[in-house]
Every structure is written in C-alpha cells, then in structure tokens.
Design a binder for this molecule. Structure first.
Ligand SMILES: C[S@@+](CC[C@H](N)C(=O)[O-])C[C@H]1O[C@@H](n2cnc3c(N)ncnc32)[C@H](O)[C@@H]1O
Length: 347
C-alpha cells in the first residue's frame, strides 16, 4: 500500500527497529554467558517453566541479562504505541485515502457472532484494546507494525514464507480458496499472487483487520470476499464449498480446543479431494532447548499467551481426528518459522 509517514513517525519506527535489533545482539551475549556457565542446550531442563527458572537464577547478577530483559520489555511495550503515534501524525491526510479504498471489487460482510474470550479479552501483542482497538487499527497493524517493524526484525522474508507455503501444495488449479484468519491481508496477497485465477474468501473475527484487507485488495483491483467470524464456527459457508483451505499464523492466537475446532470446520467446508495447508510458529520439538527458550521468552514479552501450548502441540493427530488423510507436518527450516501442516479430504 502506498503512503508516506512524516519525519517523526519514520524516526519513531526506525528507532523501534534499531532497539529491537540491539536487544537481539544482547541476546547473543546472554546465550554465550549461558553456554560458558554450562547451560547450553544440553544442560537445560526439559520443562520450559523450569528452564526459565534455572536461567533466571544463573544470570541473576548478569548486567547483560538485565539489559536484555529491560530492552526486550521496552520494545514489546513500545512498538505498538510508536506505530499509533506515527499514524496519528499523518491521519488527517491518510484517512480520506483509506476511506476511499473501502470502495472497490472486494466485499466485507459483518456477521453477528460471539467473539471468543481468548480473542476479545486478550490484548494481543500487548497492544491496548486488542485487534479491534482503534478505527484504523487494521492499517496501524498491517502496514506499520507489520511492514515497518516485524518484517525488519524477523530473520528471512516473512512475506516470501507465505508464498513458499502455497508452493508446497500438490496442485496449482484451485478455484475456491478459503483463508481462515485473513486479518489485514498479508497471506491473502500471497494467495492472490500464487493462485491468480481463484476466488478468495477470507474470514477473521477482527472487523478492523478485514477493513484493511479490503483496502489492500481494492487498491490492487482484487475481488476478495471477506467475512467476520471465527474459524471454529463458519456457518456462513456451506459444506464442501472450497477446494483449498489455508491459514497463516493463526494457531498461536488460540487455545488448543479452538485449533481442534478449526480443523473440523476446515474439513467440513472442503470439497472431497480438497487440500488444507496451514502454517504457524516453530514447534518446540524441532528446536534445541536454548532456541526454544529464546522463542518462548520473546513470546511471553510479546503478549502471546497461547504460543507455548501451540508450539508444543503435535497438530498431525488433530488433523487426522478431523478426517484429513495424507497428513504431514514439517518445518522447512528447523530453527525458524514456520511449521507447516498439510492434509487432504478424501474423495
Ligand atoms: C497474526 S495474525 C495473522 C494474519 C494473517 N493470516 C497473516 O498472514 O498475516 C492472526 C489473525 O488471526 C485472527 N484470529 C484469531 N482467532 C481466530 C479464530 N478463532 N478464527 C479466525 N481467525 C482468528 C486474528 O484476529 C488475527 O487477525
């Protein structure tokens, strides 16, 4: 999406990125101290809670550990506010343009549904007010937090990962694709790019995020169909109405019971022979104990209450229990996102 931040907003976002990268460098020194203290991966306990306890005790007097903790905490609390301030500075100019982009080929239908408590009462990523906090939170999250912060602090190409997931699929002729957790449209854009001839339908509980997805699509002349709602109850879609169901980075936003229900609903709305592919956070099991602790620590700071349980989860049995066959879960890059799960609805 094309837009200009003002000088202060740009500086704020750049500073957030610099601070977070500095925290990453301190993290490397912390891990070197742990290894020197005999607490490399092999020396750490299996239980994650115990691992935190042992590391906290071992590094209690380490100035590097304290600096890392302070800077990490500051970044986690601050980056959302920085993005809000950067937006406020240019809102007068930007809002008419954002409103103009609500008109176009993409539709957004708001359904009555009861938002689950894990969604409505958790202020994700330590923001104030959750996903639907502000009228333009979709823009603030999708364009500022995501593109001007998250994409610059994560290793690799986080948008390329979304396209790469879709290239793992066995077919290239999907016509009716459902994306669960479409949010502000990052994975949706990858879908549109990889399967340009398909009709794309997206669902997400966040009206604000979907409004941004609608703008993103309209700006490119794309005709998506967006609906508010949750993946575990998609009554607005008939049985067997899609040939691909996909999702990116949604499982760690919900408890395990909801993940089970999402697989069941994905199976129901898929036509026989249809494919399901989803990706989420790296599995703890594929990481060494030090790396898993680092991810867990960052997730705790970052306001991700379901991350640990999702990372520990083997999703293959859940997908099979929903009825999927040829189920396979794998992680292309063992020390990083994403973990991928694939399944097929039998003919
Ligand atoms: C981290 S964002 C991922 C967004 C997007 N798929 C992407 O590629 O960037 C997570 C999204 O999942 C949505 N979400 C949370 N619980 C959900 C549920 N039960 N069903 C569908 N979406 C959900 C949130 O509202 C949010 O928009």
């Amino acid at each position: 999406m094309q837009f200009q931040l003002a000088q202060r907003g740009r500086a704020l976002m750049d500073f957030e990125v610099t601070a977070r990268l500095a925290a990453g460098q301190l993290q490397q020194k912390v891990e070197a101290e742990l290894v020197a203290a005999g607490l490399g991966s092999d020396g750490l306990p299996e239980s994650m809670e115990e691992r935190h306890r042992v590391i906290d005790a071992a590094l209690a007097d380490s100035p590097v550990y304290q600096a890392r903790a302070l800077l990490g905490e500051w970044c986690a609390k601050q980056h959302g506010h920085a993005a809000e301030q950067a937006f406020a500075e240019v809102a007068e100019v930007l809002v008419p343009a954002l409103e103009g982009l609500r008109e176009g080929p993409t539709t957004l239908t708001s359904h009555d549904f009861v938002a689950p408590q894990y969604w409505s009462q958790v202020w994700f990523h330590r923001t104030r007010g959750g996903w639907d906090a502000g009228e333009y939170n979709g823009f603030v999250h999708g364009e500022l937090v995501h593109k001007k912060y998250v994409s610059k602090i994560y290793p690799g190409d986080i948008y390329g990962n979304r396209r790469a997931l879709l290239h793992e699929l066995p077919r290239d002729d999907y016509r009716h694709i459902l994306e669960i957790g479409a949010s502000s449209g990052h994975h949706s854009l990858a879908i549109a790019e990889v399967f340009p001839d398909a009709k794309l339908v997206g669902i997400d509980p966040s009206l604000r995020m979907l409004e941004q997805a609608q703008r993103v699509a309209n700006e490119q002349g794309l005709a998506w169909e967006l609906h508010t709602g949750v993946g575990e109850d998609m009554a607005m879609f008939a049985d067997a109405s899609f040939d691909l169901v996909t999702a990116y980075a949604i499982h760690h936003e919900m408890p395990v019971k909801a993940i089970e229900a999402v697989f069941a609903e994905a199976w129901r709305v898929l036509a026989p022979g249809g494919d399901m592919i989803m990706a989420d956070v790296a599995r703890t099991q594929s990481l060494d104990r030090l790396t898993a602790w680092r991810f867990d620590w960052a997730a705790r700071w970052g306001g991700e209450p379901f991350w640990r349980a999702t990372a520990a989860l083997d999703m293959e049995p859940l997908a099979r229990a929903a009825g999927f066959v040829d189920v396979r879960g794998w992680q292309p890059n063992p020390s990083r996102d994403p973990y991928i799960i694939y399944g097929r609805k039998p003919l």
